[in-house]
Design a protein around this ligand. Structure first.
Ligand SMILES: Cc1cc2nc3c(=O)[nH]c(=O)nc-3n(C[C@H](O)[C@H](O)[C@H](O)COP(=O)(O)OP(=O)(O)OC[C@H]3O[C@@H](n4cnc5c(N)ncnc54)[C@H](O)[C@@H]3O)c2cc1C
Length: 406
């Protein structure tokens, strides 16, 4: 029999996260002047202290020896979907991008010294990090094109290049930097290596916080000029930067989807609530068939999104091949998120377009979900390739559609 329930201990954590977000985080965050940087920093510090010391909700995705809660991917879906209902929620739990992905990466690829120096304080919440791969001059969708180049000089690597959209770069204590180290690799995927860069460092210049359609959110442009990195700071082996990036991005993509579930659910809740309160042409909006169709479409898409995320998480947890399922979930949830928030804006009318509800900000944030961490078209390309390969290998496409017992 298939059991669609969480074990009692996971359900207990899920409800605790919900309570913490509802009773502590949201009221405090809503009362914070988010234009005032000093107040924001103070609020986050206080909320993180409460999460860690008073509620025991800290680092849910990391093993206990790193001060975490030791939750696996399916339990993380429950936690992140709850925390994701408040924009700042994952950060309060120290489970935000890009640190969450960097923590997993360091845990898996780091040497003991690298873990103690970089992972330990990151887990304790005393530092932040960033992940620097994308470049303005070449397509981020194809990391084999990376131009930032590192050459060996004695016990150091010397790096030159240009990065942008590096989330959290301002204030980060270190960066995981992907750079080309091989002039003539055996395969294009073996051209890059990854380095841990202490910040600030001479040769690493934050040019600007790239302003986006939803404002400035510390996604920075970085100029790298004769940056010197100790050879001991290579993370993983030489030429393994692509492999490491793929290792990091697979689960990190799903972690995004988990947070997006919370955002999508919030949008649907707001849409239904508004439709039951707003009266026009003789009835409430909720009683109009045209609005019911919008509600139904959003409900179906959220349901599908949850199933896809849980199934992909289940595959990761059980050490099964998860690449296709994560690709499908990433594409589907990102697009559903966009549509679900957009429908909620529609039902709110002018109010939805205003910044009096969280919907406008959520919609603008949701827009990047369809191309960052793998653009829609790249995932579609890979999904199609795997589906064709399944047909070629097994005479059936079944393996490429979740490989479910159906
Ligand atoms: C909010 C935000 C945060 C980010 N944070 C980080 C970060 O912390 N670190 C980091 O390194 N990067 C980060 N990025 C960058 C992100 O990973 C890239 O935007 C992404 O990899 C796509 O690369 P690109 O923008 O260069 O688009 P491109 O690769 O130029 O692609 C543009 C479009 O072309 C199309 N396309 C590309 N290739 C193909 C193809 N083969 N077939 C069909 N269509 C194709 C797609 O429609 C795609 O959307 C962030 C981006 C955003 C928006």
């Amino acid at each position: 029999m298939i059991d669609f329930t969480f074990p009692p201990e996971v359900e207990e954590i899920r409800m605790k996260v919900r309570q913490f977000m509802d009773e502590v985080v949201r009221p405090r965050w809503d009362a914070t002047d988010q234009e005032d940087r000093a107040e924001v920093v103070k609020t986050i510090g206080k909320l993180r202290y409460k999460a860690k010391e008073e509620w025991g909700l800290w680092l849910p995705h990391m093993p206990k020896e790193w001060g975490g809660m030791g939750l696996g991917p399916t339990a993380m879906a429950a936690v992140s979907a709850e925390a994701g209902k408040v924009g700042i929620g994952p950060f309060v739990l120290n489970a935000q991008a890009p640190d969450e992905g960097n923590q997993h990466t360091l845990e898996h690829w780091g040497t003991d010294e690298q873990k103690e120096k970089y992972l330990r304080p990151l887990c304790e919440g005393t530092t932040r990090s960033c992940f620097a791969m994308t470049e303005p001059e070449v397509a981020g969708s194809d990391p084999t094109l990376i131009k930032t180049f590192a050459y060996r000089d004695g016990d150091e690597w010397v790096v030159n290049g240009h990065k942008w959209f590096i989330s959290g770069a301002r204030g980060a204590k270190f960066a995981l930097l992907v750079a080309r180290t091989e002039e003539d690799p055996a395969i294009p995927q073996a051209a890059n290596s990854c380095f841990i860069v202490d910040l600030p460092s001479p040769g690493w210049t934050v040019v600007r916080d790239v302003h986006t359609m939803s404002g400035g959110h510390n996604h920075c442009e970085i100029l790298i000029e004769d940056l010197r990195v100790p050879a001991a700071n290579m993370l993983g082996g030489q030429g393994q930067g692509h492999l490491l990036g793929q290792f990091r991005l697979g689960p990190a993509r799903l972690a995004h989807c988990m947070r997006w579930l919370g955002q999508a659910e919030l949008a649907l809740d707001l849409m239904v609530k508004r439709s039951m309160e707003r009266y026009s042409h003789g009835s409430y909006l909720a009683e109009k068939q045209g609005i019911q169709w919008l509600i139904a479409d959003s409900a179906m898409e959220l349901y599908q999104s949850k199933l896809m995320v849980l199934h992909a998480a289940y595959k990761i947890e059980n050490k099964m091949d998860f690449t296709s399922e994560v690709s499908m979930a990433k594409h589907f949830v990102a697009n559903s998120l966009w549509r679900i928030i957009d429908r909620a804006v529609q039902v709110h009318g002018a109010l939805g377009y205003s910044t009096d509800t969280p919907l406008a900000g959520m919609l603008m944030q949701a827009r990047w979900s369809r191309f960052a961490d793998g653009a829609d078209e790249i995932h579609q390309m890979r999904i199609a390739q795997r589906t064709i390969a399944a047909w070629n290998d097994f005479g059936s496409t079944k393996k490429a559609t979740g490989d479910l017992p159906l």
